[in-house]
Design a protein around this ligand. Structure first.
Ligand SMILES: [Zn+2]
Length: 232
C-alpha cells in the first residue's frame, strides 16, 4: 500500500483513519488483498519471547518512537527505521515495500521491544475457543482430530451430577467418545483421558495467527510453544 499520499509529514506513515481490526488468522498469504500496513508483525519482548502480533502500521509507530527495533529475519540484526529503510531500498526490486515520502520499508516481519520484558496479560479466559486451543483440537479420550465441528465439550463429571464448567472438568471429546461416555464418569465408562486437564499456559492459547504469516515466525513461535510445554 502506498501511504505517501496520505502522509502529511516526511517520514510519518499512515497517521490517518481508524485502525481496522485484523481478522483472526488472516494474513497476506491467506488474503493477498490485505494491505501491507495491516499485515501482522510479530512482537517479541526484550527477551525475544513472542507476546502478540500488531498491524505493521502500529509496529512502525513503536519503532519510530524508539520503543522497538525491526529484526532482519535473515540475520537477526536489529534496525531503526532509517537503517531498515536502507536495507529495504537494496531489496526493493524484489520485495513490495511500504512507502512514505521519506521511507521505503520492506514488510516488518518481526520487531523486538526495547524496554518491555513482561509477557502481557497472562490470564486465560475460560472460553470455547481457548478450550479448543488447549486440547489442540484433539479428542481427549481417543486422540482423534475430526475437525472442530465434530468435537464436543465433555464434562468429565457430568453436569447432571454437579460437574462444573471449568478448565479442570471440561475436555474436548469426539462425537463417538462423548456418546459412548454418556452421563458417566470416565472411570464408570472405562475410558481414560489422554492427560489431566488444567488451566492452560497463556502461551498455548495466545492469539497468534493459526499459521505463521511469515516463514521467519516459525522459529520464535515454535520456541515459545516448546517452552510452554516444558513449564507446565
Ligand atoms: Zn474420541
Amino acid at each position: 500500500m502506498d501511504a505517501a499520499r496520505r502522509s502529511p509529514e516526511p517520514g510519518s506513515i499512515d497517521t490517518e483513519g481508524k485502525p481496522a481490526p485484523l481478522p483472526s488468522g488472516e494474513s497476506p498469504a491467506e488474503n493477498p488483498a490485505l494491505p501491507l500496513l495491516e499485515a501482522p508483525t510479530l512482537v517479541l519482548n526484550r527477551s525475544w519471547i513472542p507476546i502478540h502480533t500488531l498491524p505493521a502500521r502500529l509496529a512502525i509507530g513503536l519503532v519510530a518512537r524508539g520503543s522497538a527495533r525491526i529484526i532482519d529475519p535473515r540475520n537477526y540484526e536489529a534496525h531503526d527505521l532509517d537503517s531498515w529503510d536502507a536495507i529495504s531500498r537494496a531489496r526493493e526490486s524484489w520485495v513490495e515495500c511500504i512507502r512514505s515520502e521519506r521511507l521505503s520499508l520492506a514488510p516488518l516481519e518481526v520487531i523486538v521491544l526495547t524496554g518491555y520484558s513482561g509477557v502481557g496479560d497472562q490470564t486465560v479466559t475460560f472460553s470455547r475457543l481457548n478450550l479448543y486451543r488447549r486440547d489442540r483440537y484433539t479428542c481427549q479420550y481417543c486422540g482423534a482430530r475430526p475437525g472442530s465441528k465434530d468435537l464436543t465439550v465433555d464434562h468429565i463429571l457430568p453436569r447432571s451430577r454437579g460437574g462444573a464448567l471449568s478448565w479442570e472438568n471440561c475436555v474436548l471429546a469426539c462425537v463417538s467418545c462423548n456418546k459412548r461416555k454418556g452421563s458417566r464418569t470416565p472411570a464408570e465408562a472405562r475410558m481414560t483421558l489422554l492427560c489431566e486437564p488444567s488451566t492452560p499456559h497463556w502461551r498455548t492459547v495466545r492469539r497468534f495467527p493459526a499459521r505463521p504469516t511469515y516463514k521467519s515466525w516459525e522459529k520464535f513461535l515454535s520456541k515459545a510453544y516448546w517452552e510452554a510445554e516444558l513449564s507446565e
